[in-house]
Design a protein around this ligand. Structure first.
Ligand SMILES: NC(=O)c1ccc[n+]([C@@H]2O[C@H](COP(=O)([O-])OP(=O)(O)OC[C@H]3O[C@@H](n4cnc5c(N)ncnc54)[C@H](OP(=O)(O)O)[C@@H]3O)[C@@H](O)[C@H]2O)c1
Length: 303
C-alpha cells in the first residue's frame, strides 16, 4: 500500500507523486543495471512514481543508465511519470566541436534533444519536458512551435520550465496554447531567492506547484563549513530535537511548508534517505520554527 497519494501539479495536470526522485547523480551511485532497477522499484513501492532527468545528467549518460534498467522490466514504465529537460549544451566528448557551455532553445535543438532523450530512456513519451535554463536568445514562438510538433507526435505530453523568472515564464506562456505545468527551481535553507523574487508568488497565484531541486543544498547543509551553513545546521539540529526528527526531515518540512506546495526532488540514491524524506511529510513546522531557519540563513532578524 502506497504511503503517498498522487497530486495534480497544475490545474491541467499531470499527476505526480508529492516527492520526486532525481537522477542527476545516478552515474555516481555505481549501481549495476539490476541494482538501478531495484532502487527504482523500491521508491515506486514507497509511492515515489515521478522521476526527474535531464539530457545532460552524468555528461549525457544518466538517461541511458536509467533506460538500461527499465529495459530489464518494461512493465515499470506504466507506473512512472518521466520528466526530462533540454536546452543546456555542455562541452563534452559527446559533442566534440562545442567550445563553450551554452543554451539552445531553437526548434531544431529541442526536437533533436527530445528524440535523443526518448531513445536513451527507452520510452515513447516524456510526461513533462522542461526547458532547463532561461536562454537569452529564446524566441518564444519557436519554442511553442517545437512543443506543438512534439505534442502532435505524442513525444511530450506537457511543457514546463526550470530556473525561469516570472517574466520569462509569462513570455513563454503568452505564445503557448497549453498551460506550462511547473517551474523547477532551487529551494533550500541556504538559497531561496525564489521565495522573495516573485517566482513562488506567481506559481501560487496560478496554482502551479514548483518542483524544488537541491533541497539539501547538494549535501552542503551537512558538511559545508561556511558561517551560513554552520549557523543553519545548528538551528536545524535544535529544531530537529524539538520535533523528534532528523535534520534532513526538518529541511524537507521547511520546503514543503511553503504555500505554493513545492514537490521536493530527492537527490540521494540511498533508499533509507528516500524513506526519511517521505517521513518528513508528517512534520509541520510552526511559523516561528520556519522563520528561525530563515533568520539563521540570513544572519539577521526579519525587518
Ligand atoms: N533544474 C535544475 O537546474 C536542477 C539542478 C540541480 C538538481 N536538479 C534535480 O534535483 C535533484 C536533487 O538535487 P541534488 O542531488 O542536488 O539534491 P540534494 O538532496 O540537495 O543533494 C543530494 C546530495 O546530498 C547528499 N546527502 C543527502 N543526505 C545526506 C546526509 N544526511 N549527509 C550527507 N550528505 C547527504 C547525497 O548523498 P547520498 O547520495 O550519499 O545520499 C547527495 O550527494 C537532482 O537529482 C536533479 O534531478 C535540478
Amino acid at each position: 500500500m502506497s504511503e503517498l497519494t498522487a497530486t495534480s501539479i497544475s490545474p491541467v495536470g499531470p499527476y505526480f507523486s508529492p516527492l520526486v526522485q532525481g537522477y542527476w547523480r545516478l552515474d555516481d551511485w555505481q549501481m549495476t543495471p539490476q541494482q538501478r532497477l531495484s532502487f527504482l522499484k523500491a521508491h515506486i513501492d514507497l509511492g515515489i512514481t515521478t522521476v526527474d532527468h535531464a539530457d545532460i545528467y552524468g555528461d549525457y549518460r544518466c538517461e541511458s543508465l536509467f533506460g538500461q534498467a527499465l529495459k530489464l522490466d518494461p512493465s515499470v514504465r506504466q507506473k512512472i511519470q518521466v520528466v526530462s529537460k533540454c536546452d543546456i549544451k555542455l562541452v563534452s566528448e559527446a559533442a566534440p566541436t562545442r567550445k563553450i557551455n551554452h543554451y539552445d532553445t531553437s526548434y531544431r535543438h529541442i526536437i533533436q534533444s527530445v528524440d535523443n532523450s526518448l531513445s536513451r530512456l527507452g520510452v515513447e513519451r516524456l510526461d513533462v519536458l522542461l526547458l532547463h535554463r532561461p536562454d537569452a536568445l529564446m524566441d518564444a514562438d519557436e519554442v511553442a512551435e517545437a512543443f506543438t510538433t512534439l505534442r502532435h507526435h505524442g513525444k511530450v505530453k506537457h511543457l514546463g520550465v526550470s530556473n525561469f523568472s516570472p517574466s520569462q515564464f509569462d513570455l513563454l506562456q503568452s505564445r503557448l496554447d497549453e498551460s506550462l505545468v511547473t517551474n523547477q527551481v532551487e529551494i533550500n535553507p541556504l538559497r531561496f531567492d525564489v521565495i522573495h523574487d516573485g517566482t513562488l508568488d506567481q506559481l501560487q497565484r496560478l496554482r502551479i506547484k514548483p518542483m524544488a531541486w537541491s533541497c539539501l543544498a547538494g549535501g552542503e547543509l551537512f558538511n559545508g563549513d561556511s558561517a551560513q551553513a554552520t549557523r543553519v545546521r545548528e538551528t536545524l539540529q535544535v529544531i530537529a530535537d524539538e520535533l523528534g526528527a532528523t535534520i534532513d526531515q526538518v529541511i524537507y518540512a521547511w520546503v514543503m511548508r511553503l504555500p505554493s506546495a513545492p514537490l521536493p526532488i530527492i537527490g540521494s540514491g540511498n533508499i533509507e534517505r528516500v524513506k526519511s524524506a517521505i517521513n518528513a511529510r508528517s512534520l509541520t513546522l510552526s511559523r516561528e520554527q520556519w522563520y528561525r531557519i530563515w533568520v539563521a540563513s540570513k544572519g539577521h532578524n526579519v525587518p
